[in-house]
Write a protein that binds this ligand. Sequence first.
Ligand SMILES: [Zn+2]
Length: 170
Amino acid sequence: MLGKDYERQDCAIARSLEVIGERWTMLIVRDALIGVRRFNDFQAHLDIPKAVLSDRLSGLVEDGLMERRPDPEHAGRHLYELTPAGRDLWPVLHSLLVWGGRHRHPNSRVFKHAACGTRLDDMGVCPRCGSAPGPEDILMELSRGRGRLRDDPVAVALRAPHRLLDPVET
Ligand SMILES: [Zn+2]
């Protein structure tokens, strides 16, 4: 099996990719930033095999990007939430979204500074306030007519404007 470490690379990018470079990992972080917290919700929204999801979530917990705690509403189940190090991936995901929108696939999401309602620019900065808000201060909306392809409970919940990191109610 191909290893996931870049042992001979003395580089912070290589070290980061050891943590987030596996298939699915960044999409799990994306969903967690949006506010998905339950295994079943990740599974339904990502269409990911359960064994892979379980492996990636364990890896994210082991690497300190997510925390796992008992789900108060469902005995025996868990909630997965980003740690501060995990939340710090917001600018990385935003940059991927901007790059992908330019070079790969039209972006279906709009991000606004929650405090003033202004759309963030491509650098993740609010042009009105001159600052780059953290995910907890960002509202996500779908562009008109886009993002209607999926109808799992998470996708349906996200058709309304949603503040990042607020738990998605399914
Ligand atoms: Zn603002």
